[in-house]
Ligand binder design. Structure first.
Ligand code: ZN
Length: 459
């Protein structure tokens, strides 16, 4: 039996002392006992233990674009001009490049405290739109990268058909994304045969956005998916930009979030990514649906998307989690900090994102991101409880930001302080230590491979 003792650990019921954790061969927790007596022989965590969070939105390849689009390319530089640059970059990537980038990214995520990632994957074919010999080759690269690095993965092949509302033909730059409901279902079957799902790997789907699929194909995909797996996660980009809202109203007669909630059975298996453009009635209706809002604060700031209606959503007890999306940052604490700060700047008050479970902004946000991320991932990663995966972080008790602090102060300090190296010292995924003393066993090899990939891509 594998065991760990934590002097202090954040459990679902709150902070507890002398917590004995045990897990089975699959990395699933079989015992979580606070105030445990028989602790002498178990290995001890170096510092306070937190459950690991699932990153609910990632486009792995975009990690390699970080820092390459921060110049004015257009008089009206915005999300759409960024997207043109992104398409050019995506067209250069081979499966080998994708894997090197994903390995680097997933190591960085683990070091920051993410123990799972949801890949919203749309780079399906070669740049000319020609399928690879194995049609799911790029997705296999992502699965191998996650396995080799040791991060949990929810893989969401993206359905992408059109360049805009009203079934507009795709642009040349979108050729490597284009597919159909049948293609997605066939891909899931190929993947399940070659890489069957397990506690660390889950499949779902991602209709890209209401502008890139039609109402009919969305319905077809959902019908086929539910026959295959009644609980598989469904993620969608929604209401990220004003233009998208205007085009949706013109084409479908309603704003994107309102249209989706009125026309599709949206429930807790759904994750609506961004939703930065919502009215308060839409916000409250989304909260009631049980779906998870996928908030990506650093990317939404980087792209000038807008600010999520967070205070109204928290008041309506909506579920949410965080994603690093384009990966300008892979820091858990930076996403949470920026989310709270966006609300402070908007409302000109402090500590806006709090709830009944904690009056501390860091405490509330960490728990929300944990539960929302777990729900969106469709995997058993909702914290330190029997039946959940042994995914956890041990914070460095010697870190200057943590010394002398207890309970919620630890979470507030983790989220809001930003001095020197991250306090995330050790990271365990599925019962295996993958980061020890801030280091991953493959990080040097990965850095070399990533540097070679970047040199080739930028030459
Ligand atoms: Zn995205």
């Amino acid at each position: 039996m594998k065991q760990l003792i934590a002097d202090r650990a954040l459990l679902p019921e709150g902070w507890r002392n002398n917590v004995l954790l045990e897990w089975d061969d699959k990395g699933i927790l079989t015992r979580v006992s606070p105030d445990a007596a028989e602790i002498a022989l178990a290995p001890r965590a170096v510092g306070p233990v937190l459950p690991g969070i699932a990153n609910l939105h990632s486009h792995a390849f975009q990690r390699a674009m970080a820092g390459l689009t921060e110049y004015r390319s257009d008089l009206n530089d915005n999300f759409w001009s960024w997207r043109t640059l992104m398409y050019k970059f995506a067209g250069k990537l081979s499966p080998v490049d994708l894997k090197a980038i994903a390995v680097q990214l997933y190591i960085e995520m683990l070091q920051a405290g993410y123990t799972s990632v949801c890949e919203f994957h749309y780079l399906h074919h070669g740049s000319d739109g020609k399928p690879y010999a194995n049609p799911v080759e790029n997705m296999v690269c992502l699965i191998e990268a996650a396995q080799e690095v040791g991060i949990g993965l929810t893989l969401l092949p993206v359905m992408y058909q059109y360049s805009g509302f009203g079934a507009q033909a795709p642009h040349a730059g979108q050729a490597c994304f284009i597919n159909s409901p049948e293609w997605i279902m066939s891909a899931l079957q190929i993947l399940q045969a070659s890489h069957p799902q397990h506690a660390g790997l889950r499949y779902g789907v991602a209709p890209h956005s209401l502008r890139a699929v039609s109402p009919q194909s969305l319905q077809e995909l959902l019908t086929q998916l539910r026959q295959w797996d009644a609980q598989a996660p469904v993620h969608i980009h929604i209401a990220e930009q004003n233009k998208e809202v205007e085009d949706c109203v013109a084409a479908l007669g309603a704003r994107p979030v309102a249209w989706l909630l009125d026309n599709v059975e949206v429930d807790r298996h759904w994750c609506l990514v961004h939703a930065t453009q919502m009215t308060t009635p839409e916000t409250e209706k989304l909260a009631r649906s049980g779906a998870v809002a996928g908030i990506c604060p650093t990317t939404e700031a980087n792209l000038g998307d807008g600010i999520f209606n967070g205070v109204a959503y928290a008041a309506a007890q909506g579920a949410w989690g965080i994603g690093s999306d384009s990966h300008v940052s892979t820091s858990v604490s930076e996403e949470l900090r920026l989310y709270e700060y966006s609300q402070r700047l908007l409302h000109r008050q402090r500590n806006m994102l709090v709830g009944s479970e904690s009056a501390s902004a860091g405490g509330y946000m960490y728990r929300q991101a944990l539960h929302g991320g777990a729900t969106a991932s469709g995997r058993q990663v909702a914290g330190l409880a029997v039946g959940q995966r042994a995914d956890l972080l041990a914070l460095d008790p010697q870190h200057a930001d943590l010394g002398g602090k207890h309970g919620e102060q630890l979470l507030d300090s983790f989220v809001f302080c930003n001095h020197g190296q991250t306090p995330v010292r050790d990271v365990m995924v599925g019962g295996n230590w993958v980061i020890r003393d801030h280091k991953h066993s493959r990080q040097e090899q990965s850095a070399l491979s990533y540097a070679r990939t970047m040199k080739r891509l930028l030459d």
